[in-house]
Design a protein around this ligand. Structure first.
Ligand SMILES: [Zn+2]
Length: 364
């Protein structure tokens, strides 16, 4: 007994010495283990059905003649039938974008207009802005896009302009009256409000992009509350809520809002890493809300769409995401049915965005 203990103590000591000799210090950013898992791999570089990307931004080079040709060539490779360019602006700049993109490819682009908050304190701002939007739709815009500056970085002389500022009511009402959707992006991922420490899932992002750290006012919850007020107040306006309302990590909560508000739908720009880490829950969510989910990507990097296709279309397991600061974890496919895929890829968008040419998509 005594001898046995002595031997086991020596073995423990020996292995401890071995470990310390070979121990390494390594930062989280350097640790990129290659998976040794051997499972079927079904990468997808072109979507199974033609799709509408409802969340894209093209300005500058993307809107020159050569730029547009290149965008179309990349869209064709991805099987992207229609790109919704949310950076249309308003007035003359909108007309330029419409001319540059839609003149030669009328069916391949939809352009959404953006309001200005300049002079929001002027008494005529509410009507003036709604009227300008009506003119923008007449000029060829197919919807309204609200950037996240509303609620966070838009100010009037008295302070922050809230998402539910009543001076914007005529604008929301006008969109409903004209039958065009409002794609609205409010806030940031909730993790940006949490302490920047080792327990924060976005620790790396906040290290690489310290400007994204948010503190206090307005809180994540406050921004949710303000946007919900708008959706409730304007039941005849369709809102496409960007980035799954930054709630893709809590699909039960998002489901609650979808149940409460029949005039909202959601798009999946920049959040595919969340459905991809909960394939069973996410698949059930996509099945239940198949009429209320739209394909969107946001950042225009064609090869990154492959990951979206793979999550939506395949049953692959434990494959990588492309940006560690968003997600250090690996993803799993949802293996959606063709019926659900068609809705998410194009049917829902074609129903909600006027002027989309249905001949670009399979019939039935
Ligand atoms: Zn965007």
């Amino acid at each position: 007994m005594k001898l046995h203990r002595l031997i086991s103590a020596a073995v423990t000591l020996g292995s401890a010495a071995f470990v310390s000799l070979h121990a390494q210090e390594m930062g989280f950013e350097e640790y990129e283990p290659e998976s040794t898992l051997v499972v079927p791999e079904n990468p997808v570089t072109s979507a199974r059905f033609p799709f509408v990307d409802v969340h894209n931004h093209q300005r500058g080079r993307g809107m020159t003649k050569e730029g547009v040709d290149q965008v179309i060539a990349d869209m064709d490779k991805l099987n992207m039938a229609v790109m919704v360019n949310l950076s249309g602006g308003s007035g003359n700049s909108l007309k330029d974008i419409l001319r540059n993109s839609k003149q030669r490819y009328p069916d391949r682009f939809a352009v959404f207009a953006n309001p200005s908050y300049d002079g929001i304190e002027d008494p005529d701002y509410p009507e003036r802005t709604a009227t300008q939007f009506q003119a923008d739709i007449k000029a060829g815009a197919q919807g309204l896009k609200i950037f996240k500056n509303l609620g966070m970085y838009a100010f009037d002389p008295l302070g922050r302009v809230r998402v539910d500022d009543p001076r914007l009511d005529p604008l929301w009402a006008k969109a409903g009256e004209l039958g065009v959707p409002v794609l609205i992006h409010v806030g940031d991922p909730a993790q940006f409000w949490l302490p920047h420490d080792g327990s924060n899932e976005r620790w790396l992002e906040l290290k690489q992009k310290p400007g994204r750290k948010r503190s206090g006012d307005p809180s994540f919850e406050q921004l949710i509350k303000e946007q919900i007020n708008v959706y409730k107040k304007h039941p005849n306006t369709t809102f496409i809520v960007a980035h799954f309302m930054w709630m893709a990590n809590d699909l039960n909560q998002l489901a609650g809002y979808l149940d409460m508000l029949p005039n909202i739908v959601v798009e999946m720009g920049a959040i595919i890493y969340d459905p991809g880490r909960q394939p069973r829950r996410a698949r059930a969510f996509f099945e239940k809300y198949q009429d209320r989910i739209l394909m969107g990507k946001d950042t225009w990097a064609p090869a990154e769409y492959y990951t979206y296709f793979r999550v939506l279309e395949t049953a692959d397991e434990y494959f990588p995401y492309y940006r560690k600061r968003h997600a250090f974890w690996r993803l799993y496919g949802l293996d959606l049915s063709d019926e659900v895929l068609k809705k998410v890829y194009y049917k829902n968008a074609a129903r909600l965005i006027p002027g989309i040419n249905r001949d670009l998509f399979p019939q039935g």
